[in-house]
Design a binder for this molecule. Structure first.
Ligand SMILES: Cc1cc2nc3c(=O)[nH]c(=O)nc-3n(C[C@H](O)[C@H](O)[C@H](O)COP(=O)(O)OP(=O)(O)OC[C@H]3O[C@@H](n4cnc5c(N)ncnc54)[C@H](O)[C@@H]3O)c2cc1C
Length: 358
């Protein structure tokens, strides 16, 4: 990927041809069982894949994480055998790309305040509403979407649906022009009188919100791994540059102020990696919920990654501010880590609720 990183960032389009190559490496169905076309890796293995991609191109890593950690994960946790055969196998094999729509313009952190509805119509459902900031909203072939099926039931009146692109009434809206993660497609999804059959219901009716929280428990570990990988990439770029660049007759790396920056970066990255692998390892041990561990890993990793990207630019001086070096891209991409799949504030809220038993 490395020779194309800048080109993809500037074009602001997902390199679809790369998907086939990622699929050949098993990266489109990382944790899927081999019988479903996947690579059958563990949660820890999943983290290492996401981390290694992010070390080179965080936006490709984000696409792989959203596909695997949201769309594929929701289908694999709650799909019927028929849904798995229809959607999961082509997703895992990389024949299709997955999207997952929860967020709306007025329902971000407060996702339960969504307005998208699914109304029963004969033996099917009719979906209406707009989803905002959806990874692969424009290019995804399979969409998992969360909608209200019974407003009076609050959080227990929300359900999930799965539908293919091409379903009448399902189209992409505005494509976002982003600060970073530009090679990853982020678009609005519009559902207008979109009729889906009864078999499109994913999981039990009314379980959509609770199931979403379970999907996010796992998904957040992926964003933590992305942040660790990005921080590692930034650290490596900073270390390399500090050894090459000379000022005052010696490499920057011989100045103690620069050494301390590198030492702090490396130490924080190692701590973030351990928190992330621990959360993933617990999932591999079949832990029922890992909310606190996932949120701690996501919170800490994304915040130290922001600091690592900042220090990387600082160590590069003026060269960190221009596009000839990877520093400025890490600096732009990293901010997504403290926002996507729950902001840092929301992670603190989840952690505090668990600590206080509320
Ligand atoms: C590149 C990108 C890709 C994305 N991909 C997807 C996707 O594939 N699918 C999907 O469904 N969504 C996706 N999202 C949406 C993302 O999950 C939301 O942006 C995120 O959850 C925050 O919601 P918001 O943007 O509406 O911010 P808001 O919820 O409006 O928050 C704004 C600020 O207020 C703070 N805040 C909100 N509530 C509280 C509170 N109770 N206490 C303290 N502070 C609070 C927040 O932390 C934040 O700092 C994506 C976003 C981006 C940018």
């Amino acid at each position: 990927m490395r020779p194309h990183v800048r080109e993809w960032d500037e074009a602001q389009g997902f390199p679809r041809a790369l998907w086939t190559k990622l699929a050949a490496l098993g990266l489109t169905g990382i944790q899927m069982a081999e019988e479903h076309g996947g690579a059958g890796m563990s949660a820890v293995g999943y983290c290492i894949c996401i981390e290694e991609l992010a070390r080179v191109d965080p936006s490709i890593s984000l696409s792989v994480a959203a596909h695997n950690g949201l769309c594929v994960s929701h289908l694999s946790m709650f799909g019927t055998p028929a849904q798995k055969a229809t959607y999961l196998v082509p997703l895992a094999k990389g024949d299709t790309i997955g999207a997952w729509g929860l967020t709306e313009a007025s329902a971000g952190s407060d996702a339960a305040a969504m307005r998208t509805t699914a109304r029963r119509d004969g033996d099917g459902w009719v979906l209406n509403g707009n989803k905002q900031f959806i990874t692969h909203g424009a290019i995804g072939d399979t969409l998992v979407v969360i909608a209200i099926t019974d407003r009076a039931a609050g959080r227990h009146g929300i359900s999930a649906f799965v539908l293919p692109r091409g379903t009448p009434g399902f189209r992409a809206g505005k494509k976002e022009d982003k600060l970073g993660m530009r090679a990853s497609d982020t678009s609005e999804v519009i559902l207008q009188d979109c009729r889906v059959p009864a078999e499109a219901l994913l999981g039990a009716e009314g379980d959509g919100f609770v199931n979403t929280l379970q999907v996010l428990d796992a998904g957040r570990i992926g964003i933590a791994a992305l942040a660790v990988g990005l921080a590692q990439g930034a650290y490596e770029a900073a270390r390399r540059y500090a050894l090459e660049r000379r000022q005052f007759g010696q490499p920057l790396a011989w100045f103690q102020a620069i050494q301390w920056k590198l030492a702090d970066m490396a130490t924080r990255i190692e701590a973030a990696r351990l928190l992330t692998y621990r959360a993933a390892w617990l999932r591999d041990q079949r832990a029922e919920r890992t909310s606190i561990e996932s949120s701690m890993a996501k919170l800490y990793s994304s915040e130290i990654a922001v600091r690592a990207a900042d220090e990387c630019v600082q160590i590069h001086g003026g060269y960190g501010f221009v596009k000839d070096y990877p520093a400025e891209k890490f600096f732009r991409d990293v901010k997504l880590c403290t926002i996507g799949e729950g902001t840092s504030e929301i992670q603190r809220l989840v952690i505090a609720r668990q600590l206080l038993g509320r």
